[in-house]
Design a binder for this molecule. Structure first.
Ligand SMILES: NC(=O)C1=CN([C@@H]2O[C@H](COP(=O)(O)OP(=O)(O)OC[C@H]3O[C@@H](n4cnc5c(N)ncnc54)[C@H](O)[C@@H]3O)[C@@H](O)[C@H]2O)C=CC1
Ligand SMILES: O=C(CO)COP(=O)(O)O
Length: 324
C-alpha cells in the first residue's frame, strides 16, 4: 500500500505459487487480494539480498533457525525488524536477543521490534491500526516507522525494546485465560479482572527485566492486551475457549493449525518469574492448568482465595534510560 517492492520468503512452494499467480494467501488471509507490489519466493537469498529492510514474522520457535539462514544474505545497511511475540523456550531470551546472537558482527542498533494491537485479518482490510516500533537506535526506529506508516496504519516509536517485547509476549498468557474465562461463562467482570491484574503481573516482570513501566500503558501493553483478550481473531483467546470446552491442549493446538504463542510463553514466564523473584499468580495458575492437568474451576478458586492484599502494582524503579 505504501508503494514498496515487497518480496516475501516462505518455505512452502504452494504458498509462493498461490501468492504470485493468484494474489491470495488463502490459508491465512482468506480471499483478501494482495497488492501487485508483493511477490513471494522460496529463496532466502533472493528475498534478503539488497533489501532496505527485512521483517521476520515467524513464530518464536523458528526465530533462531530463520535468523541463521538469513545471516549470510543480510546487507550491511538493512534494518532488521521482527514482529514475533514470545521468548526462546530453552534460553528464555527475548527475540531481539536471539537475533543479536545469530547476527554476530551486525550492529545491534539496526534491530527493531514491531508490536501492538494488530490482527493481520484486519490490517489486510485496511482497518485503522496503530502499532509501535522499538529500537535502541532512534534512526532505525524512525526508518521502520517511515516505511510502514500510512493513513490506516499509524506507527509510533519508542526506545523501550524490553518493554515492547515483554508486553507483546506476555499478553498472550492473559488472552488464553480470558478465552477460558469466557468459555466457562464467567462473564465480563471476570475478564476485566484478568486483564487488569494480568497487566499488573506483566508490568512487574517487565520492569524487573529492565522495561519502562509506562510502556505497559501503551500500545504493546494494555493496547495489545485488550485486542487479544476481546477479538474474535485472537488465536490465544480461541485456544483458551476451546480448553474451557474440555478439549486437551494437544487437541486444541492441532485444531488451531496456527501458532498459539501463549502456550510456550506461559512456560517461559513461569520460569522467568522464579528467576527474577516476581509474583505472577495468573501465569502460575495457567501453567498448572496447561501442563499439570489442573481443573479451570479450581484454578479460579485458588486465584480468588489468595490472601487479601492491597492493589499496588508494585513495580520496582526502572533503571533504563531512553533516547536523548
Ligand atoms: N497473526 C497476527 O495478526 C499477528 C501475529 N504476530 C506474531 O507473529 C508471529 C507469527 O504469527 P503468525 O504469522 O500469525 O503465525 P501462523 O501460525 O499463522 O504462521 C506462521 C508461519 O510461519 C511458518 N513457519 C513456522 N516455522 C517455520 C520455520 N522454521 N521456517 C519457516 N517458516 C516457518 C509457518 O509455516 C506459517 O506459514 C507470532 O509470534 C505471532 O505472535 C504478531 C502480531 C499479529
Ligand atoms: O498479537 C496479536 C494481535 O496483536 C495476535 O494475537 P493471537 O496470536 O492471539 O491471534
Amino acid at each position: 500500500a505504501n508503494g514498496h517492492e515487497v518480496l516475501l520468503w516462505s518455505r512452502s512452494e504452494d504458498q509462493v505459487r498461490e501468492i504470485n499467480t493468484e494474489r491470495r494467501n488463502r490459508r491465512f488471509l482468506g480471499e483478501a487480494v494482495l497488492s501487485e507490489q508483493i511477490r513471494a519466493t522460496t529463496s532466502m537469498q533472493e528475498a534478503a539480498e539488497g533489501a532496505k529492510a527485512v521483517f521476520i514474522v515467524a513464530p518464536s520457535s523458528a526465530m533462531r533457525e530463520i535468523a541463521s539462514q538469513l545471516r549470510p544474505h543480510l546487507g550491511p545497511e538493512a534494518i532488521l525488524v521482527h514482529a514475533t511475540k514470545g521468548f526462546e523456550t530453552g534460553t528464555l531470551k527475548r527475540m531481539s536477543e536471539v537475533l543479536a546472537d545469530e547476527m554476530q558482527g551486525m550492529d545491534p542498533a539496526r534491530i527493531v521490534v514491531l508490536s501492538g494491537p494488530s490482527h493481520a485479518e484486519e490490517v489486510i482490510q485496511q482497518c485503522p491500526t496503530t502499532v509501535v516500533v522499538a529500537s535502541q537506535d532512534k534512526e532505525a526506529a524512525e526508518a521502520a516507522q517511515a516505511l510502514l506508516i500510512n493513513p490506516y496504519f499509524r506507527v509510533y516509536t519508542t526506545p523501550d525494546v524490553v518493554g515492547i517485547e515483554v508486553g507483546g509476549a506476555l499478553k498472550n498468557i492473559i488472552a488464553l485465560g480470558a478465552g477460558l474465562s469466557d468459555g466457562l461463562g464467567f462473564g465480563d467482570n471476570a475478564k476485566a479482572a484478568l486483564m487488569t491484574r494480568g497487566l499488573a503481573e506483566i508490568a512487574r516482570l517487565g520492569v524487573a527485566m529492565g522495561a519502562n513501566p509506562l510502556s505497559f500503558a501503551g500500545l504493546a501493553g494494555v493496547g495489545d492486551l485488550i485486542v487479544t483478550c476481546t477479538s474474535k481473531h485472537s488465536r490465544n483467546w480461541r485456544a483458551g475457549s476451546m480448553l474451557a470446552q474440555g478439549l486437551s491442549l494437544s487437541e486444541v493446538l492441532s485444531r488451531m493449525g496456527m501458532v498459539v504463542e501463549g502456550v510456550k510463553t506461559t512456560q517461559a514466564a513461569h520460569k522467568l518469574s522464579r528467576q527474577y523473584g516476581i509474583e505472577m499468580p495468573i501465569t502460575d495458575e495457567l501453567y498448572l492448568l496447561l501442563f499439570e492437568g489442573k481443573e479451570p474451576r479450581s484454578a479460579v478458586e485458588d486465584l480468588m482465595g489468595r490472601d487479601p492484599t492491597h492493589e499496588s502494582v508494585q513495580v520496582a524503579e526502572s533503571t533504563r534510560t531512553g533516547w536523548n
